[in-house]
Design a protein around this ligand. Structure first.
Ligand code: GRF
Length: 201
């Protein structure tokens, strides 16, 4: 059993897929805490409805930056909750040293393209605008760059001639919801167990 911490800024459909995989025993894990930089994010409501503790990450007036102090506090909260593996699920800020150093090789992200193609925002829209014939999703380890860390797994989907950004994103998300829990399980199996936090679990 591995303790997961989830960071998300939006709807949390990937977190839902992770919860479903845990419920159906495809993933031997527990979501220990969910953190969001967006107090209105639906991911927080989903977590609360499922009895999962939530916290808001205070990024002050910064709209896109993830201030160092906020990263330190996030790392502290994750550690306090006993988190062993951090999963970014639609988290819209770049993670840097304070958090990366606290969880080396233990932060994963899901990105809606076949990286290294189309890193960054709205990757599905980039694919449609570009006339790509194939897209998909990637689960990767997070490093200092934007969607640049080592790739763990990918799934492909076709881009159809009449696709809009929205229909392509929908098709990609179906694959995300399958690929992310599966890759979390595979990656978790490669990690050394960590000592429980002070005071046990
Ligand atoms: C997903 O498409 C994911 O690939 C990207 O952000 C979106 C999050 O969706 N990083 P959700 O919040 O999990 O529904």
């Amino acid at each position: 059993m591995i303790f997961l911490g989830i960071l998300g800024s939006g709807s949390g459909s990937n977190m839902q897929a992770i919860m479903d995989a845990i419920a159906s025993e495809q993933l031997n894990a527990r979501i220990a805490i969910v953190l969001s930089d967006n107090p209105d994010a639906y991911i927080l409501e989903r977590a609360a409805q499922n009895g999962i503790p939530t916290r808001i990450i205070d990024c002050g007036d910064y709209r896109t930056r993830f201030p160092e102090e906020a990263q330190r506090e996030t790392a502290r909260q994750l550690k306090e909750a006993g988190v062993e593996l951090v999963c970014l699920a639609g988290f819209m800020r770049l993670v840097k040293a304070p958090l990366l150093e606290a969880f080396p090789s233990r932060i994963l992200n899901i990105h809606p393209s076949l990286l290294p193609a189309y890193p960054g925002m709205m990757a599905w829209e980039q694919a449609v605008t570009d006339g790509a014939t194939e897209s998909g999703c990637t689960v990767h380890l997070v490093d200092e760059g934007m969607d640049t860390g080592p790739i763990l797994a990918q799934a492909r989907v076709p881009v159809l001639p009449d696709d809009t950004a929205a229909t392509l994103h929908q098709r990609i998300q179906v694959e995300e919801h399958r690929l992310y829990p599966e890759t979390i399980a595979n990656h978790a199996a490669t990690l050394e167990p960590q000592l429980p936090p002070e005071g046990g679990r």
